[in-house]
Design a protein around this ligand. Structure first.
Ligand code: GDP
Length: 476
């Protein structure tokens, strides 16, 4: 049995970097993303003066990784889509326009409810779920909490404006999450619209659309004139088929909170997206460190369904308190069990806050699956020339065992968006002659994101090389 250094550090409540240092002193050169065997782990635990206690997590925790549904119980589920892009490129307009393509909305005569997500039924009967909060901040902050709800990203680029800074950020956030992308080239009705220019500029960011013989689907749309929306829906459907999205519907439900608030009349309410199982009225659940019993569910058309299956978004009433976006809702047998699990989660949360950024599963897996371990990084520099030079220099220091993966690089101060991306991917941020703004500094501190500042490229590559070898330099 093996465990990643990061997971172990989380369980011990010690800094990952300290464990790596100790391991180095013991003669093992590993990074936080790598796994160590049980014997080494035990040595390390003793080294830190901790007691070894092999608790079975399943005693108190319910959503263990071992809890996998057998293949034959899985049924196809609708894709969950997030729309990203630069401000004013038409994300909100497109969300509204796509909502209008729903064939049920007309029939049912229901009143549109803004619950944070909605589902559209296509003419062929297939469904697509859209998250109503556009942009990459929400997407990445959910991901940093381990909630990867998005299956497909639609990147909106206004054809009259082209690629802008947030477009590039959205591309990098999507790539870091390894979520497939569909490019919607919007505002083609406008004078000066130049879709070809958009496609060409996307090449610079390694987004090669079909028209350019790549495999990223693209479609020219107008959210305003409702042009080509069916075509966009068709492409989403196609992408979803490739992904073969499935979940087991006939089991106790697990869902992720996409939005939550305290409603004056109704008390705490949360919009959740069911990931597997079916959520039913009367179900007892834990959500984050809150408990509850489903008193009622309200869907995006104002109806009150008795149950909600995979990929269905519903607003849930009957919570003990307000959870956070990204929290997991899990149905349990009874209220006593709910309280027990909630208490355990509250304790875990406290522990995580005092230690480091939450473990992201994908880091653990990338370490195990690839032969070469990836070393993720973000680079911000004062001028474009420096950014390019640093990226080149860093790419050169990769070797067979470990390779640098630059999640995002850019010019200017370290921003909130940089920090959320770094936190989600457990990557340090390199600032070359730049510093974070106040908000970014605050989030970095909260989420335990490491910020490293340099003014000489040679120092930078030296330190990263050393760090890659498992020997962590002092944190600045
Ligand atoms: P967001 O900031 O990305 O959510 O962008 P919005 O949806 O708020 O759109 C920004 C502006 O662009 C609004 O004034 C929209 O009316 C306009 N807009 C959005 N889509 C289109 C389109 O397809 N054609 C034209 N001409 N204008 C559009």
């Amino acid at each position: 049995e093996a465990i990643t250094v990061q997971e172990l550090s989380k369980r011990m409540g010690e800094k990952g970097a300290d464990l790596v240092k100790s391991l180095f002193n013991m003669g093992s050169m590993v990074t936080v993303n790598q796994t160590i065997d049980q014997d080494t782990a035990e040595l390390l635990v003793e080294e830190f003066g901790h007691r070894i206690q092999r608790v079975s997590e399943s005693d108190v925790e319910i959503d263990t990784e071992a809890d996998v549904d057998p293949e034959e119980t899985l049924k196809p589920r609708p894709p969950v889509v997030t729309i990203m892009g630069h401000v004013d490129h038409g994300k909100t307009s497109l969300l509204d326009a796509l909502r209008g393509t729903d064939v049920v909305a007309g029939e049912a005569g229901g009143i549109t409810q803004h619950i944070g997500a909605y589902q559209v039924k296509m003419k062929n009967g297939d469904k697509v779920t859209f998250l109503d909060t556009p942009g990459h901040e929400a997407f990445t902050s959910m991901r940093s909490r381990g909630a990867n709800v998005t299956d497909i990203v639609i990147l909106v680029v206004a054809a009259d404006d082209g690629l802008m800074p947030q477009t590039i950020e959205a591309i990098n956030h999507t790539k870091a999450a390894e979520v497939p992308m569909i490019v919607a080239i919007n505002k083609i009705d406008k004078e000066g619209a130049d879709p070809t220019q958009v496609r060409t500029r996307l090449l610079e960011h390694e987004v090669i659309v079909e028209e350019m013989s790549g495999d990223v689907q693209d479609v020219e749309v107008s959210a305003l004139k409702k042009t080509n929306l069916d075509e966009l829906m068709e492409k989403i459907h196609l992408q979803a088929e490739l992904l073969e999205l499935k979940a087991r519907p006939d089991r106790a439900a697990e869902a992720i909170v996409v939005e939550a608030k305290l409603d004056k009349g109704r008390g705490p309410v949360a919009t959740v997206l069911v990931q597997r199982g079916t959520l039913k009225r009367g179900d007892v659940f834990v959500v984050g460190s809150q408990t509850g019993k489903v008193r009622a569910m309200i869907d995006d058309k104002g109806a009150q369904p008795k149950e909600a299956g995979p990929s269905v978004p519903v607003e849930v009433l009957g919570l003990s308190g307000v959870p956070s976006a990204g929290d997991k809702l899990t149905v349990v047998e009874n209220e006593a069990r709910a309280r027990e699990v909630a208490a355990y989660r509250a304790e875990q949360e406290k522990l995580q806050r005092t230690t480091q950024a939450p473990t992201s599963l994908e880091n653990m897996f990338s370490a195990a699956a690839d032969s070469a371990v990836e070393f993720p990084l973000l680079v911000k520099a004062d001028v474009q020339g420096s950014t390019e030079a640093i990226v080149q220099a860093l790419n050169k220091i990769s070797n067979d065992d470990i390779k640098v993966r630059i999640l995002h690089s850019g010019v200017g101060a370290i921003t909130e968006s940089d920090v959320t991306l770094a936190a989600a991917s457990n990557a340090p941020i390199i600032g070359f002659n730049v510093r974070p703004n106040a908000k970014a500094r605050e989030i970095a501190k909260r989420d335990g994101v490491r910020l490293k500042y340099f003014d000489i490229i040679y120092d930078l590559t030296d330190e990263i090389r050393a760090e890659m070898a498992g020997e962590l330099g002092p944190e600045k």
